[in-house]
Design a protein around this ligand. Structure first.
Ligand SMILES: [Cu+2]
Length: 705
């Protein structure tokens, strides 16, 4: 862990005792709310009771192109990796669409039905300025979501302090040996105190990953992002516009049945903030447009029969509108807001060798959510402070008419006809309620309590998939899935208790949590006689190689666990920092474990801080995972211990160089969340869990001014 790791506690202490553990604390800023973690790139890390902040520029260089790995270092977090650029964050056992993840305050509807472009796909780690994490659960003002809330703020320009224009630049170059990858990123800005404008761009390429077990075929990546942003303020009023384009090229997804050929995405956000005496008005409109293609023959050995070649095209468009009003009330701040999100999805499976073979299996789907919330934060009784929120959302989902080409066999064509004859409209309302409370117990300790009811409306694939395919929103369990038109929303009942403790030379922030989830959406056997092929869905699934398809269904589940970060400053130069994560996920309706839950793990690093440089020797110990899901056919993973070293040198003001060496002992190892290989090229066998990097190095040079 780098020096910033400690600054988290110091900013936290700075608020109460104005004492700092390490020198850079002087620049620490306090976050506006005590229930967020913020991971910052340029500024030191700032954490409060409610929020954490992380900055990738200060994080170890070995994390790779995917921002998921930066956040995965937090207590309670882990990375679900489905490809170099398809990582999904796991937080306290929840991942995928169950977490509320935004990039520049924007929710981008993923294009791929298998989440090849999950939210963090749109936030290359080199472009990230800071990551804001709502600890435990997200406030209702940030929208729905069962787990924590994450906002990734990309690099941007900042206003200057006076009316004359000045320019700024921020350039990063990174390279890693494990996949021969390089990334270049630049931001150029011009600003005065009223106006700011910037251009940004990044380009990343990497080859197949080499591991102690051999080369992983189809693990390469290629992505370019460019965009611009501008803002103008008159003091009390500000208007801002942010536009970006993402072009992902050939990028492998070994745990999936296909790889990315392209993901072309445009995203934009227009916002207004106005201060009127005691009132603050915030308005925002966003849109995104994803065009995505994937296939099973470019980055992996093509099926011997051209009849089985597949290329799938998936599109998604989304539009959101938000209006919030904030004002002082009842000894705190009251926020009321309304928001609306609408996304459209369309997926067509084709055979490039036969124009008459196509299945428009997820046709013209529209998902709409219209919501409103009330949220108050302030002083409660005694020394208690709190955040209370209530949100109501109305959800509507509708699917269009499926079509199939003339070369498609009769059975799938029949399934399409049956789907078209069904009632493809659904609507329901959900209610979320959140109470987060904290109070100082002493000079050094703050107690935290959270109780909440949070909901999630099922996604379009879970509801409308009528054709059994391996697409599952990124589960990558090798099963084929169909949806269920009658799925109910998930409801989580959440309780958390923890405390933040910090003294002049030590800190710890443990949390104990419990989440009971009713109507948890999970794959179950398609019918009462699994393995007996007595239905059209099972026949089609068997034709595609899986005689036991699963159907998304509402079941009951629970997750509980404990996690903490901690640190101890030994003397002026030496310190130790670490994090522990332990989470357990179970079904409540049958005796089974939840799928793809991170094994217990423990990370601890010993650091030496000099004036201009810092070096950390770190070990990551992971327990074996044998609590696996029988329903998903999941296999276990052995425990392992890894040793890494990383450091940073602030060469001169504005120039810093970070270096890291991963897996110093070059051990073969496998991350439980890395998924199972389905690419027949390369050295890793089919069905084997994908191995992690061997002894490899990374470097990052940042020049800023
Ligand atoms: Cu895809």
């Amino acid at each position: 862990m780098t020096r910033t790791r400690l600054q988290l506690s110091c900013a936290f202490i700075a608020a109460s005792t104005s004492f700092c553990l390490v020198a850079p604390c002087a620049t620490a800023q306090s976050a506006d709310s005590p229930l967020t973690d913020i991971i910052t790139v340029t500024a030191p890390r700032v954490d409060t009771t409610t929020t954490d902040r992380i900055s990738p520029d200060t994080q170890p260089v070995i994390s790779g192109p995917d921002t998921t790995h930066v956040i995965a270092r937090l207590p309670g977090a882990a990375a679900v990796t489905n490809g170099a650029l398809s990582g999904q964050l796991q937080y306290r056992g929840l991942f995928g669409p169950r977490l509320n993840i935004r990039v520049n305050d924007q929710t981008i509807a993923s294009g791929g039905p298998n989440l090849m472009d999950p939210p963090l796909h749109y936030a290359p780690s080199t472009l990230v300025e800071r990551i804001e994490i709502a600890r435990g659960i997200s406030p209702v003002s940030e929208g729905p979501g069962l787990g924590g809330g994450f906002n990734i703020a990309l690099k941007s320009s900042a206003y200057a302090t006076n009316s004359s224009f000045s320019t700024s630049h921020d350039v990063t170059i990174t390279a890693r040996s494990a996949d021969d990858s390089t990334a270049v990123r630049g931001l150029f800005g011009v600003a005065n105190d009223r106006f700011r404008l910037h251009l940004l761009g990044s380009r990343e390429t990497g080859g197949d990953r080499e591991t102690p077990i051999g080369r992983i075929a189809g693990s390469e990546h290629e992505r370019a992002v460019y965009g611009f942003g501008m803002a103008w303020n008159s003091g009390p009023h500000e208007v801002a516009l942010d536009i970006r384009r993402n072009e992902t090229g050939l990028t492998g997804n070994p745990p999936f049945a296909m790889d990315i050929r392209f993901v072309d995405t445009d995203a934009s956000r227009l916002s207004y903030t106005g201060q009127f005496d005691d009132l603050r008005l915030e308005l925002a409109a966003t849109s995104s447009d994803v065009a995505h293609g994937m296939n099973n023959y470019t980055l992996r050995p093509a099926p011997p029969s051209p009849m089985r070649w597949r290329e799938t095209f998936a599109d998604a468009q989304s539009h959101t509108l938000e209006a919030d009003l904030a004002f002082a009330a009842m000894g705190g701040e009251l926020r009321v807001g309304v928001d609306r999100a609408r996304s459209e999805h369309d997926v067509t499976i084709t055979n490039p060798m036969n124009a008459n073979f196509y299945l428009n299996n997820l046709p013209d789907i529209t998902m709409t959510r219209t919501g409103g919330f009330v949220e108050w934060e302030g002083e409660l009784v005694d020394t208690w402070q709190g955040e209370l929120g209530l949100r109501i959302d109305h959800h509507e989902a509708e699917s269009g008419i499926a079509s199939t080409g003339s070369a498609v066999p009769a059975m799938p064509a029949m399934l399409a006809m049956a789907a078209n004859a069904s009632d493809r409209q659904w609507d329901d309302s959900t209610v979320d309620a959140v109470g987060r409370f904290w109070r100082p117990l002493s000079e050094t300790t703050t107690l935290r309590l959270t109780v909440a009811r949070k909901t999630r409306a099922p996604g379009y694939l879970e509801r409308f998939a009528w054709l059994p395919t391996p697409a599952s929103g990124g589960l990558a369990d090798g099963n084929t899935y169909v949806g269920d038109l009658g799925l109910a929303p998930e409801t989580a009942w959440i309780a958390e208790v923890g405390f933040d403790w910090s003294t002049s030379n030590a800190y710890a922030r443990p949390t104990l949590f419990m989440r009971r989830i009713d109507d948890y959406v999970q794959g179950v056997p398609f019918d009462a006689t699994p393995g007996v092929i007595d239905s059209p869905v099972e026949m089609v699934s068997a034709m595609n190689g899986d005689a036991t398809p699963l159907r998304f269904a509402n079941v009951d589940a629970e997750l509980y666990g404990i996690d903490t970060d901690f640190g101890y400053q030994i003397d002026a130069n030496w310190r130790v920092d670490g994090a522990v994560t332990w989470v357990r996920g179970k079904r409540r309706d049958i005796s089974d474990d939840l799928y793809r839950i991170t094994p217990p793990h423990f990370r601890v690093g010993a650091s030496y801080d000099a004036d201009a440089w810092t070096v950390t020797l770190e070990t990551l110990a992971t327990a074996r995972q044998d609590r696996v899901s029988l329903a998903n056919g999941e296999t276990g993973t052995a425990g392992q211990v890894l040793l890494n070293i990383h450091g940073r040198w602030d060469v001169r003001p504005g120039v810093s160089l970070a270096l890291g060496v991963e897996n110093l002992l070059d051990q073969p190892w496998r991350d439980h969340l890395a998924g199972v290989n389905r690419n027949a090229g390369g050295a890793v066998g089919l069905g084997e869990r994908l191995p992690g990097n061997g002894l490899s190095a990374g470097l990052r040079l940042t020049v800023r001014g």
